[in-house]
Design a protein. Structure first.
Length: 254
């Protein structure tokens, strides 16, 4: 049976310093995804970046704080994001398949059953790459998952993934809370000491942080899925992981 990976890509990884969508970086990731699929690994992508893409299109310098403005950014940015994926996937004769989810979807047995069936069908066809994001255009506080780290963990459990890979701009969990120090290569238990090492959000355009990545690892573990946090700007990071090279931080909490 083919292995199944869920790969989460953060906003900071997919945007340039000027805030625009980093189409070159998306190309690097999709090239690696194509290699994984040729090797028999089924891939689901959970992608951030819609709000950042919308900010660029709407000529906004700072991330809006008003919920409606954020939703408008996501609505404008999501098609641009999918267009970037589509362009690069087409070079490998692959097609992106968009799915937008909310907490209500994940909390509904009927919706999760339908989502799982759709994703299974797409993956079995071996030509499609499901690309999942939170449905920011309609989500409010009651139905928001909150961030794509945790969403990716829920998706990993939903599809029965063998591995959740969270790619961002950091090498993994470090021994100092400011992100410096030595890399912690393996984690068997998340305790209070480990939580103290997690930092805050990264930037105006990136709402995630190590805290939500630890939470994602815990959620994935409930679905019997291991999690690896690694640097998405490392050359061929996904290929190295497929070759079982020990990079990043692996959470085996079961």
């Amino acid at each position: 049976m083919a292995k199944r990976w869920v790969i989460k890509l953060g906003s900071g990884l997919l945007t340039r310093a000027d805030g625009k969508v980093d189409r070159v970086q998306i190309g690097r990731i999709t090239d690696q995804v194509a290699v994984l699929m040729k090797r028999g690994i089924e891939v689901v992508i959970v992608s951030s970046g819609a709000v950042a893409a919308g900010m660029t299109a709407m000529k906004l310098e700072k991330r809006p704080k008003d919920a409606r403005e954020l939703q408008a950014c996501a609505t404008v940015g999501q098609p641009e994001l999918m267009s970037a994926y589509g362009t690069h996937l087409a070079r490998h004769q692959l097609l992106g398949a968009q799915m937008l989810l909310t907490y209500w979807d994940l909390d509904s047995h009927a919706c999760t059953r339908n989502a799982r069936a759709t994703l299974d069908l797409l993956l079995k066809r071996k030509k499609f790459v499901p690309i999942i994001n939170e449905n920011d255009a309609i989500a409010d506080e009651e139905i928001r998952v909150g961030d794509n780290d945790r969403l990716s963990a829920h998706v990993a459990a939903l599809v029965g993934a063998d591995l959740l890979v969270i790619l961002s701009g950091v090498d993994g969990l470090m021994t100092r809370s400011d992100g410096t120090g030595k890399l912690i290569p393996a984690v068997k238990e998340i305790n209070s000491s480990l939580r103290a090492l997690a930092g805050g959000a990264g930037s105006e355009r990136n709402v995630g942080g190590m805290v939500t990545k630890l939470q994602a690892a815990e959620i994935a573990a409930e679905g019997k899925v291991d999690t690896i946090i690694a640097n998405g700007r490392r050359k061929n990071v996904l290929i190295e992981l497929a070759a079982k090279k020990k990079i990043g931080t692996r959470f085996s909490l079961r």
